[in-house]
Design a binder for this molecule. Structure first.
Ligand SMILES: Cc1ncc(COP(=O)(O)O)c(C=O)c1O
Length: 389
């Protein structure tokens, strides 16, 4: 039976060799790759005031602290209703309240819902380019300007993407990019790097102050091993990783929470990010080829759609399907039994469709799949519709 993995990164032997070299030579934490990455990005992407951290959420956190000092009476942050829990957690840990605005069918912020949610207490709007689909930047930027609220350009999932010739992440007062799993640039899982960008002269001095004395990254080895076993190798390695984690929990040596403390990016993550940025065009080409092929086949589905896949957009980092009739649970089991690995979407997404665009979703393999595999996935979904719908 075919086993089609759901890859979260396009890693080849170069990433593995580079990582091993840095671990063996004791340069996984400190070294000269942060400088090299910064130099490369400033030339290739015109990133203003880029600060390299160990996660994108750290960038959101510092942005909010700096914004709050400028607008002390405001304590609400508007985010899309469809988003990962970690973003909600980091906003709350900054002492702020999350206000969820509706998303449209394509899982991007619904402008009228944002407009209706803005009030005196609104500090900022988090503009997310969900799974690589670009948000309505122009409308959200002018809305935020008009209503005097800050805009955070959350390009966590879309490193290296552009809108009208300008790099995503650089549109708001501040912006973030992430290097963790399932991003265009992936250096590992858990606090494996991110960038904080700043476009607002009034925030920049405070952001520099907040980020200038951070600790160096903690050991990357456990997170690296976890990433390789759980996300790259998968299969029995994933099971082994699970047992290792259980044993270490039993030994009261719980896996470290790699997100705290917030640190600078490690030399290892900067090195892999640099390698991945250099391969980005090639990696994106592979994904676009798969998307073009998927587009043709998804037209054959009766009750299942790919809400972000439309004619205009050429690139996505992940591919989610939406079924109004088959629950994500049942579809996942059906595909899994036929050797296709899927992944549930964020909390609301993994619930059966309930009339809201952020429900009834299931992610299918996109990264690193062959045309034969796409054919097999699509025909299996057609069968699933016949049997389950
Ligand atoms: C939209 C969005 N913003 C922010 C983040 C946080 O990124 P990081 O894991 O680097 O903190 C994520 C993580 O998946 C995300 O999807």
């Amino acid at each position: 039976m075919p086993r089609i993995k759901l890859h979260v990164a396009q890693w080849g032997y170069k990433e593995i060799l580079l990582s091993l070299r840095l671990f063996i030579t004791g340069r996984s934490i400190l070294g000269n790759y942060q400088g090299k990455l910064s130099h490369f990005l400033s030339k290739a992407y015109d990133l203003n005031h880029a600060t390299f951290l160990n996660s994108a959420r750290a960038g959101i956190y510092f942005s909010l602290l700096a914004m709050k000092e400028k607008k002390i009476d405001a304590n609400e942050v508007i985010i899309p209703q469809y988003i990962c829990q970690s973003v909600i957690d980091i906003i709350e840990s900054a002492g702020l309240k999350v206000v969820k605005a509706k998303v449209g069918e394509d899982l991007l912020l619904d402008i009228s819902s944002v407009e209706a949610s803005i009030c005196k207490q609104t500090l900022a709007v988090l503009m997310v380019h969900m799974y690589g689909k670009i948000a309505d930047i122009d409308t959200l930027s002018s809305l935020c300007k008009k209503r005097s609220v800050f805009l955070i350009d959350d390009a966590a999932q879309t490193a290296g993407e552009y809108h009208e010739g300008k790099t995503l992440g650089t549109f708001g007062d501040s912006g973030v990019i992430s290097f963790s799993q399932s991003k265009t640039i992936t250096t590992g899982v858990k606090a494996s790097g991110g960038i904080l960008l700043c476009n607002n002269k009034n925030l920049q001095p405070r952001l520099t102050q907040l980020t200038s004395n951070l600790e160096h990254s903690v050991s990357r080895l456990p997170a690296f091993v976890h990433f390789v076993m759980y996300f790259l190798l998968q299969g029995v390695w994933r099971k082994l990783d699970y047992y290792i984690s259980r044993i270490s929990t039993k030994l009261k040596n719980k896996r470290k929470d790699y997100y705290s403390p917030i640190t600078n990016i490690s030399n290892l993550d900067a090195a892999i990010a640099l390698l991945q940025y250099k391969k980005l065009t090639e990696n994106k080409k592979n994904i676009i080829n798969s998307l073009v092929y998927y587009k043709k086949l998804i037209g054959e589905f009766k009750s299942i759609s790919a809400p972000q896949l439309c004619l205009e957009n050429s690139f996505l980092t992940r591919l989610v399907l939406r079924s109004h009739v088959i629950s994500p649970d049942n579809l996942a089991t059906y595909l899994n039994q036929r050797g296709i690995i899927t992944r549930f979407a964020y909390q609301s997404g993994s619930k059966p469709y309930n009339g809201s665009p952020d429900s009834g979703l299931l992610e299918i393999p996109l990264v690193g799949v062959s045309i034969d595999e796409i054919n097999f996935i699509a025909s299996t979904i057609v069968e699933a519709e016949k049997e389950l719908a």
